[in-house]
Design a protein around this ligand. Structure first.
Ligand SMILES: Nc1ncnc2c1ncn2[C@@H]1O[C@H](COP(=O)(O)OP(=O)(O)OP(=O)(O)O)[C@@H](O)[C@H]1O
Ligand SMILES: O=P(O)(O)OC[C@H]1O[C@H](OP(=O)(O)OP(=O)(O)O)[C@H](O)[C@@H]1O
Length: 209
């Protein structure tokens, strides 16, 4: 049986990814990121699953270590790998936005920007002709303007509650984000089963999943 490997993003997207695989007929009851085996198999279906941190998914797909993956559009834009993005899976919806204190950047010609997304931030502000210093963060990004490390942040906003809780507001929307299905370019051309899975996912999405 032809085997297809798929990389799933650990964390908040995982539940919806598993739900999607279940919906297209893959029994995921026995797979779990808590199981320390790094490659797990869906019985009788020729699908192997690996669980990765979001930023590593595009790397594994580009190198063909896995045939396909599911990852947020934010990560794809940040890491820019050579792969095919074939479907918007419509879950993991959120925004990338610039946020800061209300009125906090009035009159400032140069901005300090704290972000987990330095490449996206660089491109976004360069396109506006805005002079910036990018300060790379690994988390708790909202702290930066609060404590004076930066003037603004460029970060994910979902419900807006983290911004509100820290006295920050959205100053500018950057883009809408959702989870995407990505493919290795060679696998796409050579693995029939991969195309069957894409068709099943397409059908599922069209059915209003
Ligand atoms: N509120 C949110 N915060 C962050 N990411 C979100 C949110 N809502 C949806 N997403 C999407 O979920 C993806 C994966 O989220 P994950 O749980 O891995 O968050 P993370 O904070 O990047 O991970 P980690 O905590 O491991 O650094 C993001 O890349 C993004 O596309
Ligand atoms: O608009 P909200 O619904 O509040 O969601 C947005 C928050 O969630 C994410 O942080 P995460 O929980 O991943 O924490 P971290 O950045 O500190 O890892 C993101 O970086 C924002 O801080």
């Amino acid at each position: 049986m032809e085997v297809v490997k798929i990389a799933l993003t650990k964390g908040r997207l995982l539940k919806d990814q598993i739900k999607l695989l279940q919906a297209i007929g893959y029994d995921c009851n026995h797979i779990s990121p808590q199981d320390r085996r790094l490659v797990q198999e869906i019985p009788d279906k020729g699908l192997q699953v690996v669980f990765l941190k979001a930023q590593d998914v595009p790397t594994y797909v580009e190198h063909g270590i896995v045939d396909m993956g599911i990852v947020g559009k934010d990560v794809l834009l940040e890491v820019k790998k050579k792969l095919y993005e074939v479907a918007d899976l419509r879950f993991g919806r959120c925004h990338l936005a610039v946020a800061g204190r209300k009125g906090g950047i009035d009159g400032k010609r140069h901005l300090k920007v704290a972000t987990k997304y330095p490449n996206i931030a660089k491109e976004f502000f360069a396109a506006k002709g805005q002079s910036v210093e990018i300060i790379k963060q690994e988390g708790s990004v909202e702290l930066a303007p609060l404590l004076g490390l930066s003037d603004v942040i460029l970060d994910i906003v979902e419900t807006g509650s983290t911004l509100r809780a820290n006295g920050l507001v959205v100053l500018e929307e950057v883009m809408e984000i959702s989870a995407r299905l990505v493919l290795n370019k060679v696998s796409y051309k050579t693995k029939l089963k991969l195309r069957q899975i894409i068709d099943e996912i397409d059908l599922q999405l069209k059915g209003g999943c």
